[in-house]
Design a protein around this ligand. Structure first.
Ligand SMILES: Nc1ncnc2c1ncn2[C@@H]1O[C@H](COP(=O)(O)OP(=O)(O)OP(=O)(O)O)[C@@H](O)[C@H]1O
Length: 227
């Protein structure tokens, strides 16, 4: 129920994007990653779940990791609960994955309940609001039984109130025992909800502190034009 990233390095076409990133998230922790466009935030997450091979470094995941994206990737014409059931696909034998059984649907319902959407289980995903769709995607990650959730700009496409709801949900899931690492473009949400804020600048961690110990100027410096 934790993720530990050590010495992560990555270059694209000879250009270094990650210059040795160390980052740990324990069970019960919600860690936000802030950084300017191109600082390497998504690459950290993508290397951490194996979507991209790292050049060097190690990633130890305890409990299984699931990723949540800005673009939500639900099947719009299927119901919310069907989308959540899809999280179970990876652990079902093929013959049981064609029609989800009652046990999977019961588990999916419990996951929807955890994200506050049990009452929308039968609605087509495409009819839900953006914030609700992202919460369904989080429920699908829960139905994967992942203990580590990596979220890449999960609220960048949402209005402020939906964004607040989704980030507070991630914080709640961490409080329930998951390890949650989220890339955010909203420093104020990171300040409000994260246990720790990690600043990434040109592929390096420049701070890793609790919001209470983090002066605003350190956050601002992430977004200042670099020479
Ligand atoms: N597959 C790829 N091939 C080549 N370059 C890449 C690839 N993926 C990322 N990069 C480059 O690596 C750098 C870091 O990208 P990354 O997406 O990790 O940044 P980010 O901090 O998540 O930025 P943003 O806030 O814009 O999403 C960028 O300059 C990007 O163009």
């Amino acid at each position: 129920m934790s993720i530990s990233i050590r010495g992560l390095r990555k270059s694209f076409a000879g250009r270094q994007v990650l210059a040795g990133v160390d980052l740990t998230v324990a069970a019960g922790e919600f860690v936000a990653v802030l950084g300017a466009n191109g600082s390497g935030k998504s690459t950290v997450l993508r290397c951490a779940v194996g979507l991209q091979p790292a050049d060097a470094g190690s990633v130890d995941v305890h409990g299984g990791a699931a990723m949540v994206f800005q673009k939500i990737h639900l099947v719009n014409r299927r119901t919310a609960i069907d989308n959540v059931c899809a999280g179970a696909l990876g652990r079902l034998p093929f013959h049981r994955s064609l029609v989800f059984g009652n046990d999977v649907r019961t588990e999916a319902m419990a996951c929807l309940d955890r994200v506050g959407l049990a009452d929308r289980a039968g609605d087509r995903a495409g009819r839900l609001s953006g914030g609700q769709q992202q919460r369904v995607a989080i429920a699908r990650a829960l139905c994967q039984r992942a203990k580590v959730i990596l979220a890449d700009e999960p609220v960048s496409a949402l209005d402020p109130s939906a964004a607040d709801q989704v980030v507070s949900l991630l914080a709640l899931l961490a409080a329930e025992g998951l390890a949650v690492l989220a890339v955010l473009h909203q420093p104020e949400l990171a300040r409000r909800y994260a246990h720790r804020i990690v600043g990434l600048d040109q592929g390096q961690v420049v701070f890793d502190r609790s919001p209470a110990d983090l002066p605003q100027r350190e956050i601002d410096s992430l977004y200042r034009d670099k020479p």
